[in-house]
Design a protein around this ligand. Structure first.
Ligand code: ADP
Ligand code: ZN
Length: 213
């Protein structure tokens, strides 16, 4: 199964992608996470990405594409993958199609998690992530047992740098700019499926599983 998971910032892509990774046994490939890891490690692509990441702008296409190209060549991706956060524009989707053709691995499904914009802001602004294991919490909807501490590993909970008010607005605007064209691109190819992201994550997951069978 080669799946692309799409949706606005805060729509729950990461939660669903992690669950698919666990149950289908295919790797989750998340460009946001790959870029943040590269930035933290100080690699060349990471340095190119850092400013855009912090401000909530898109990272330049060539940086992201190189990252994806390398990642898809790793052996664990040969049996399928869940891509999360890529492609984010029609230009990226076209470049991705070229790459998939080179690898002779067509996409199976593109799943869009639908979510109204006014529900995204509170999700993003209240989000806290574990600085050690990456587990995600939320001040109101999923508070940790002990404030500021990860339930899973005891690590410190922090706010992602791009969950600031300014960066959130920019990410939402960037998404609104690119999403219609991108959705159109995959709809025209008969690959696009929608799920309703406003419900509990377990229910969203059930809906996704139904689309994959
Ligand atoms: P979200 O989808 O909630 O914004 P992500 O972790 O997926 O969170 O992405 C965080 C940031 O990583 C984006 O704001 C952008 O700067 C960068 N990024 C992720 N994927 C891409 C991509 N495909 N193209 C360009 N930049 C990207
Ligand atoms: Zn943790």
């Amino acid at each position: 199964m080669r799946i692309v998971l799409m949706g606005a910032p805060g729509s729950g892509k990461a939660t669903q992608a992690k669950q698919l990774e666990r149950t289908l046994g295919i790797p989750r490939i998340a460009t946001g996470s790959l870029l943040r890891a590269a930035a933290a490690a100080g690699t060349a692509p990471g340095q190119q990405a850092r400013q855009a990441l912090d401000a909530g702008h898109l990272v330049p296409d060539d940086v992201v594409l190189e990252l994806i190209r390398e990642r898809l060549r790793e052996p664990d991706a040969a049996g399928g993958f869940v891509l999360e956060g890529f492609p984010r524009s029609v230009a990226q989707a076209q470049a991705f199609d070229t790459l998939l053709a080179e690898l002779r691995t067509p996409l199976d499904r593109v799943i869009q998690i639908d979510m109204p914009e006014d529900e995204l802001r509170p999700r993003l602004l209240g989000r806290r992530v574990c600085s050690d294991c990456g587990a995600v919490f939320h001040a109101e909807s999923r508070p940790p047992r002990e404030s500021g501490t990860c339930d899973v590993c005891g690590g410190e909970l922090v706010r992602r740098r791009d969950d600031s008010q300014d960066a959130v607005e920019r990410r939402l605007a960037t998404y609104a700019e690119h999403a219609p064209g991108l959705l159109d691109y995959y709809a025209q190819r008969g690959l696009l499926y929608h799920v309703n992201g406003t419900r509990d994550s377990e229910l969203v997951y059930d809906e996704i599983r139904a689309l994959l069978s």
